[in-house]
Design a protein around this ligand. Structure first.
Ligand SMILES: [Zn+2]
Length: 84
C-alpha cells in the first residue's frame, strides 16, 4: 500500500491554525467587537503564509465558531456515510 504521509486535517495546516493566547495587549474580537484587555484569554486563527497576528476572537465567539465547524463536520460525516 502506498504511503500517504500524515493525514491532513480541514482545520489547521493550510486552512488556518488555531491557537489560544493570553492577550499581551488590548485587542478586539473580530466578530462581536468586544474589547479584550491585556491578560484576557483569546483565540487567534491565522492563515499560514499571511503576515500579521491573524484573526482574534473572544472565547464566546470562538465557541460559536467551533459549534458551526462541528455542524459542518457532522454534515460531511452524514454525506460520507450515505456515499458508502
Ligand atoms: Zn467576540
Amino acid at each position: 500500500m502506498a504511503k500517504r504521509g500524515p493525514t491532513p486535517s480541514l482545520i489547521g495546516s493550510t486552512h488556518g491554525t488555531v491557537s489560544f493566547h493570553v492577550a499581551l495587549k488590548k485587542s478586539e474580537c473580530r466578530r462581536c467587537n468586544a474589547n479584550m484587555p491585556m491578560g484576557t484569554r483569546c483565540v487567534r486563527v491565522k492563515k499560514p503564509g499571511t503576515m500579521g497576528p491573524g484573526t482574534a476572537y473572544c472565547t464566546d465567539c470562538f465557541s460559536e465558531v467551533l459549534d458551526q465547524t462541528q455542524r459542518k463536520l457532522d454534515d460531511l460525516r452524514v454525506e460520507l456515510e450515505s456515499a458508502h
